[in-house]
Design a protein around this ligand. Structure first.
Ligand SMILES: O=C(O)CCC(=O)C(=O)O
Ligand SMILES: [Fe+2]
Length: 307
């Protein structure tokens, strides 16, 4: 069998990730690649149509059961390129207060197959090698998105763990997060409760609710395993509010790896600068992907991250 020339993580990087639950890898993308990805993002934002758009906002707050068209637009986006608005992009009468390219919070969730430039940075030999060094047996890519965090109205992302959203039994999710612009304290960079992936169980899950044709989303208690097999974790006696968050300020081109159990968040962007990033997740196809997860596999299965 041919072995790949591309290296995964160094032992030092792996040790940092295991200890802290995240890892910053500067210059993972060249500045030319970053420019191309931003250009493609701008063209998606300029060209999507408002005429047939249900004006769905992005929120993982669960579902009030009132917006089935918006829910369907979200729930069917796993193999499409769709556009979700910033919560604060509308006035009280529901009219957009910004031009559409400055009103979108995120574009998702199948850029890793449908956009050639995003596909090529996602399903790469380098990312396959990283996944292999993290211990994945059958790494699969899902839930890709550009998060814009627009100037002045960029929404906050409250503290969460990614395995809440993409649950496997046991948990295996890891986020790959690329800064396409400098992410700073000013424009709402990520921050991490370092080491919390070793203490914080996956206590809840974000799932599809309701019967066919009337589906929404909501949270349920997790009754399955709470930690990956490789990190058995604590007895679950953790207090989210006691966590201390470390800022992850990064330059454009940096790749950030995010453990599925680590608590992380980002603040609102009230600055004049956008904070465009691209992210996708990897789960291990060797473990059971939960059929209640909001995102279900396309007919051809989740994309293989193999070299
Ligand atoms: O980019 C952000 O602000 C949040 C992203 C995030 O939570 C993730 O990619 O898992
Ligand atoms: Fe996250």
């Amino acid at each position: 069998m041919a072995t790949s020339q591309v290296e995964g993580l160094t032992p030092e990087q792996l040790a940092f990730f295991n200890e802290n639950g995240y890892l910053l890898i500067p210059d993972a993308l060249s500045q030319d690649t970053v420019k191309q990805l931003l250009k493609d993002t701008d063209s998606m934002l300029d060209n999507f149509s408002l005429d047939d758009h249900p004006m769905t906002k992005f929120s993982t707050g669960g579902d009030d059961g009132k917006d089935h068209v918006g829910d369907a637009y979200f729930l069917e986006s796993g193999d499409k390129v769709r556009y979700f608005f910033e919560e604060d992009a509308f006035d009280t009468s529901g009219k957009l207060t910004k031009p559409k390219n400055r009103a979108i919070n995120k574009i998702g969730h199948y850029l890793h197959e449908l956009s050639p430039s995003f596909r090529s940075i996602s399903l790469s030999d380098r990312n396959a090698a990283i996944a292999r060094s993290l211990g994945f047996q059958d790494p699969r890519v899902l839930q890709s998105m550009v998060i814009c965090k627009q100037p002045e109205i960029g929404g906050a992302v409250p503290p969460h763990q990614d395995s809440t959203f993409l649950y496997t039994d046991p948990p295996t999710a890891v986020g790959y997060w690329y800064a396409l612009e400098d992410a700073t304290a000013e424009n709402g960079c990520l921050s991490f409760a370092a080491g919390s992936q070793r203490r914080a169980p996956i206590r809840k899950r974000f799932v599809r609710t309701g019967k066919k044709g009337e589906e929404g989303t909501g949270f349920i208690d997790n009754e399955g395993p709470q930690f990956p097999q490789s990190h058995p974790g604590s007895n679950g006696d953790t207090k989210e509010e006691d966590e201390v968050y470390t800022m992850g300020e990064v330059k454009a081109g940096t790749l950030v790896l995010i453990h599925g159990n680590i608590l992380h968040k980002s603040e609102k962007n009230v600055s004049g600068k956008s904070r465009f990033i691209y992210t996708f997740h990897v789960i291990d196809g060797a473990e059971k992907y939960d059929e209640r997860n909001w995102l279900q596999p396309p007919t051809q299965g989740f994309s293989k991250l193999y070299s």
